[in-house]
Design a binder for this molecule. Structure first.
Ligand code: GLU
Length: 288
């Protein structure tokens, strides 16, 4: 018998949910419910500047109004920073992390001096400045109390792999991964002792997520997530990256571009069934 599907919806509470979120949540929920699986709700709130605790209640209320239920308690990432620290310690003990003291401006200057920087999914690749610090220089900077991020030594990480990495994309088959295109990615920020990539990979493993349902925009991140899973000995879930919901103007729905929030649709008198249909149809047919 096939193992039970465990999937999840993992919003960041940076605002109210809009139709694009409803689309993603409904796909995951249906996949779980139609197969007798589990659907988890996880709040990805490690960034105290962008996230607001006040939005969390609204997210739960909107999902419940839409008719979605979830299994078990809601996991809030900000309550588990010690777990992410322990994962960082494992990677550091394996010699795969180094502290990076560079500011954004210093990185930009270094890239300008080199003349070019390859671009990865998260932006220009880090030129490796702090990877080349001597042990004495590094110890001196640490002792001075200078703030630092923790970066993955990508070349060292790739040397640990026993073979090529891939992931199973539902409906497409096996896709080859190229995590090197992230370069020496930040796994713990200067201001937050963790990062999206680290937390999401840890939590999916801890929560037994077997099917990651999320937007196509996060597909490139999967290459890096597979690398972390391999380094840490965690299982590889299956993935279902869904196309992003587009507005009538053909552009992806986003909060910044004024996508209709679920709260606004509810207040305008739409029923949950109507909003579910809009979210699954792909084109919002808004009541004038
Ligand atoms: N928290 C992420 C977001 O709101 C989603 C992460 C994921 O599904 O992997 O975009």
């Amino acid at each position: 018998m096939a193992a039970t599907v465990v999937t999840r919806f993992a919003p960041s509470p940076t605002g109210q949910l809009h139709l694009g979120h409803a689309h993603s949540a409904l796909l995951g929920w249906r996949l779980a419910r139609e197969t007798g699986g589990r659907f988890l709700l996880r709040i990805e709130d490690i960034d105290p500047v962008r996230c607001r605790a006040g939005f969390i209640g609204g997210i739960e209320e909107d999902l419940a109004w839409l008719g979605l239920d979830w299994d078990g308690p809601v996991r809030r990432q900000s309550s588990h920073l010690d777990e992410y620290r322990a994962v960082l310690d494992r990677l550091a003990d394996a010699g795969l992390l180094y502290p990076c003291f560079c500011t954004r401006a210093e990185i930009a200057r270094e890239i300008a001096a080199i003349g070019h920087a390859p671009h990865g999914p998260d932006g220009p690749l880090y030129p490796g400045t702090c990877r080349h610090l001597t042990p004495a220089a590094r110890a001196g900077r640490l002792a001075s109390g200078a703030p630092y991020a923790l970066r993955l030594d990508m070349a060292a990480a790739l040397r640990r792999l026993k073979g090529p990495l891939s992931f199973l994309e539902c409906g497409e088959g096996r896709r080859r991964c190229d995590p090197a295109r992230f370069g020496d990615v930040v796994l713990a920020r200067k201001d937050i002792p963790a990062s999206y990539h680290l937390c999401v990979t840890h939590d999916d493993a801890l929560q037994g997520v077997s099917l990651v349902t999320r937007g196509e925009d996060l597909r490139p991140a999967t290459d890096l997530h597979r690398l972390l899973q391999a380094l840490l000995g965690w299982p590889a879930p299956r993935y279902r990256h869904h196309p992003l919901l587009l507005g009538a103007d053909g552009r992806r729905l986003s909060k910044r571009d004024g996508a209709p929030t679920l709260t606004a649709l509810r207040q305008a008198g739409h029923s949950p069934a109507e909003v579910r249909a809009m979210a699954l149809a792909g084109q919002p047919q808004l009541r004038p």
